[in-house]
Design a protein around this ligand. Sequence first.
Ligand SMILES: Nc1nc2c(ncn2[C@@H]2O[C@H](COP(=O)(O)OP(=O)(O)OP(=O)(O)O)[C@@H](O)[C@H]2O)c(=O)[nH]1
Ligand SMILES: [Mg+2]
Length: 408
Amino acid sequence: MPIRNDLRNVAIIAHVDHGKTTLVDAMLWQSGAFRANQDVKTQVMDSMDLEREKGITILAKNTAVEHMTDAGEKVTINIIDTPGHADFGGEVERGLEMVDGVLLLVDASEGPLPQTRFVLRKALAKDLPIIVVINKVDRQDARIKEVLDETYALFMDLVEDDQAHILDFPIVYCAAKAGRASLNMPDDGGFPDSDNLQPLFETIFTTIPAPEYEEGAVLQAHVTNLDASPYLGRLALCRIVSGTMTRGQTVAWCKHDGTVQNVRLSELLMTKALDRAPAESAGPGDIVAIAGISEITIGETLSDPENPQPLPLIHVDEPSISMTIGINTSPLAGQSGKNVTARLVKNRLDTELVGNVSIRVLPTERPDTWEVQGRGELQLAILVEMMRRESFELTVGKPQVVTRVVDG
Ligand SMILES: Nc1nc2c(ncn2[C@@H]2O[C@H](COP(=O)(O)OP(=O)(O)OP(=O)(O)O)[C@@H](O)[C@H]2O)c(=O)[nH]1
Ligand SMILES: [Mg+2]
């Protein structure tokens, strides 16, 4: 099958704080995404207010860098930065739908932690090639060799019998903050022997397969994420699996409920560093944002109107924590916010459902209160905090563990 040798799609996954977003900063800088004197914030991908305040990634985001191989060929790398906190695991699962391989970061001092196991299990389930990146080798308390042994032990625990080939993973040692990488193991607390990330880039080029495609196959583009633009309205982020997409084209929108509707792509955008720029057309393996379909949701497919071929819906783990969210019923209601009616709260929760597949909203006995289920307390707390900032006044219940009845 032909391949797109000018393209690589990779996700960065790890436990919280192991340095994913910092590594993306360095990859952006070293690919000429910024001017030398440009004032760029650290963890530049953490663009939401709440992400910057809390210093964590909440939403998975993609960026694209252009980089030269040692052989002098220009390759575009689409990088998906994912959150490490367990509550946002749904973001990781969707991010993996877009890529052909992953960088598994492990902190050189902390070693593999629970979320390292969770994300590695997800990557193995999709049979994605893995590059292990031992990061923060410069930490004074680094224990690189032990951490590598613990990482092998984790793989041994998780790989299936038919996946032994995955144990051959390449290992790159990084100091993401310093923007340095090496294939040789540095001393604990020392720096990688290369003064840039080129060894990491080369490992990506050789380990992560270029997207494959079938010549002449019908269009199939999978919606893996949503975003909004003040000018264009809802944007659907898609990975084109086969075929090509052009701006203005009419495509078949294969919906969740099995129906198909023809729609026009009013805008086609491709990411370059931190910006999305209009493009005329895109092909297999490309990650694009499209506008023009205001009701489109995650997991749906855009395909050929003559011969629509939907891709499988995206499966995400079940919610584990629930909490009630309702209007403020106290006598002081209306003093701190303006969005106080049940209808506005319900509309806002419905909007959240559209972009956030790991959340559920259920009715309760009260017409002004809903049960919201999610992946963890932090995820639900962030939702409440966002709503309060949007001027909602809410009464919020205590988080409860979701119990599920299996087989009656
Ligand atoms: N010493 C050292 N610190 C680093 C390195 N890379 C990242 N850090 C620090 O580790 C902290 C976490 O970095 P982030 O890049 O936000 O980690 P993350 O994995 O994106 O975190 P989440 O997205 O919330 O899971 C920051 O304070 C970084 O400055 C490194 O190579 N060496
Ligand atoms: Mg991050």
